[in-house]
Write a protein that binds this ligand. Structure first.
Ligand code: HEC
Ligand code: HEC
Ligand code: HEC
Ligand code: HEC
Length: 162
């Protein structure tokens, strides 16, 4: 049986209004349910963006604004929630299973515009930012999607919905 999470929406919105929109749970929380995405991310430069800074630079707000923008949330580097939005309200399983609800409570589909807030003229790249190429370089979704379709094939179809 599949229950919609929509009856909970007023509760969630009330809670999120109190808690603030951007409460972060940290990449370790995502890892439990998205191990493939986590592994791929961990091998990317985003997961080590803070390591590029010297100890002095690690205290420089200018550098942190791109290399660790969510430090105030207790999350280092460029992490899952830097791109996907703070997860406190969408990370619970019953919300994640409902893509519409997840987006209503903060899950973000990262856009090119978002990348360009950091990959701009002031970042020290030799080549201009190419969205399509850069996306390939941070692929952590192909493995997730392969797993998902494998799951869909091996599990028996759910009972027909009315
Ligand atoms: C309790 C398990 C759980 C946790 C924790 C969790 N997720 Fe999910 N997530 C899911 C499930 C289940 C789906 C539905 C898709 C699927 O079956 O793979 C999903 C879907 C997604 C999607 C795709 C949404 C769509 O519909 O296209 C993204 C992006 C995502 N999660 C990101 C995150 C991030 C970032 C975190 C950590 C802040 C996180 N998730 C934490 C279980 C979880
Ligand atoms: C919050 C800032 C921020 C956002 C948003 C961001 N990045 Fe990055 N990105 C960085 C930083 C900082 C580095 C360099 C990390 C290091 O090596 O210290 C980086 C590195 C990379 C690299 C590796 C470059 C190399 O030389 O190998 C790729 C590829 C990349 N980002 C792609 C993307 C894409 C695609 C998006 C959007 C979906 C994105 N980034 C969004 C900050 C960001
Ligand atoms: C506007 C966002 C932004 C700011 C601000 C910023 N960086 Fe970066 N930085 C990036 C991005 C994006 C990259 C990756 C560029 C690429 O390879 O495409 C990067 C890469 C680097 C690298 C190279 C890492 C490597 O693997 O080669 C170093 C070192 C670095 N930044 C240091 C700094 C320092 C020090 C500061 C503060 C004075 C700073 N950055 C401020 C976005 C930024
Ligand atoms: C630099 C930004 C960035 C970071 C960091 C990042 N993601 Fe993503 N993520 C994306 C983008 C962009 C897509 C969609 C790519 C596409 O559809 O072509 C995506 C897709 C996904 C998907 C697949 C959604 C689907 O449709 O099946 C999941 C799950 C996911 N991310 C989870 C995570 C988790 C977990 C982390 C941290 C371990 C993370 N992401 C870190 C940008 C990011």
């Amino acid at each position: 049986m599949r229950t919609s999470g929509f009856w909970l929406l007023p509760v969630i919105l009330a809670v999120s209004a109190v808690a603030g929109a951007a409460d972060f749970v940290g990449p370790e929380s995502c890892k439990g349910c998205h191990p493939a995405a986590y592994t791929a991310w961990q091998q990317s430069k985003h997961a080590r963006a803070l390591d590029s800074l010297s100890d002095t630079q690690k205290k420089d707000a200018r550098c942190l604004s791109c290399h660790a923008p969510d430090q105030s949330q207790g999350v280092a580097n460029v992490s899952c929630e830097t791109c996907h939005g703070g997860g406190q309200n969408y990370a619970p399983a019953y919300v994640m299973k409902d893509p519409e609800l997840a987006r209503l409570v903060g899950l973000v589909d990262p856009s090119e515009k978002q990348c360009r807030t950091c990959h701009d003229a002031s970042s020290p790249s030799l080549r201009p930012f190419n969205f399509v190429e850069s996306l390939k370089a941070i692929d952590h979704w192909s493995a997730e999607r392969a797993k998902k379709s494998a799951r869909a094939e091996t599990t028996s179809p759910p009972p027909a919905k009315k």
